[in-house]
Design a protein. Structure first.
Length: 138
């Protein structure tokens, strides 16, 4: 079975093409367009894995290499407050950098949230990472 046939079958089984599915079946068509492009590239096992990992990261707006903290990575969002262009949850205020999503709090239900306490200091080079902190049931 080809990748295109496999993808079409799996997406159909999952209901992605159904009129009553999320976005009226358009997600199935969107995924199939990406599968068509990917399949036509003719990747081998190794290059396919690398391409998938790189695509997933950039599609999620995640950097492929460590942040450097250099001036060209920042844009000023308000006076004295800078946001990293390569990682939108990294900020710099008064020369101090922090990751606003460095710590994510997880409820017993699995629901996650961030707060002011989510900020973690950043030193460069920096690879964004998340520390999950389990909260007890209230």
């Amino acid at each position: 079975m080809s990748l295109k046939e496999f993808a079409k079958d799996e997406l159909t089984r999952a209901g992605f093409f159904d009129e009553d599915s999320m976005y009226g079946g358009m997600l199935g068509e969107a995924v199939m367009r990406m599968i068509d492009v990917f399949a036509d590239e003719g990747h081998s096992g190794m290059s396919a894995s690398i391409a998938i990992q790189a695509f997933e990261r950039v599609a999620r707006f995640e950097p492929l290499t460590p942040l450097t903290g250099e001036d060209d990575e920042w844009h000023e969002v308000c006076p004295g407050e800078f946001q990293n262009k390569r990682c939108s949850h990294v900020f710099k205020t008064n020369g101090e950098a922090y990751d606003s999503q460095g710590r994510v709090f997880r409820e017993p239900s699995g629901a996650c949230f961030t707060s002011f306490e989510s900020r973690v200091p950043v030193t460069f080079p920096y690879v964004p990472k998340v520390e999950y902190v389990d909260r007890p049931a209230s």
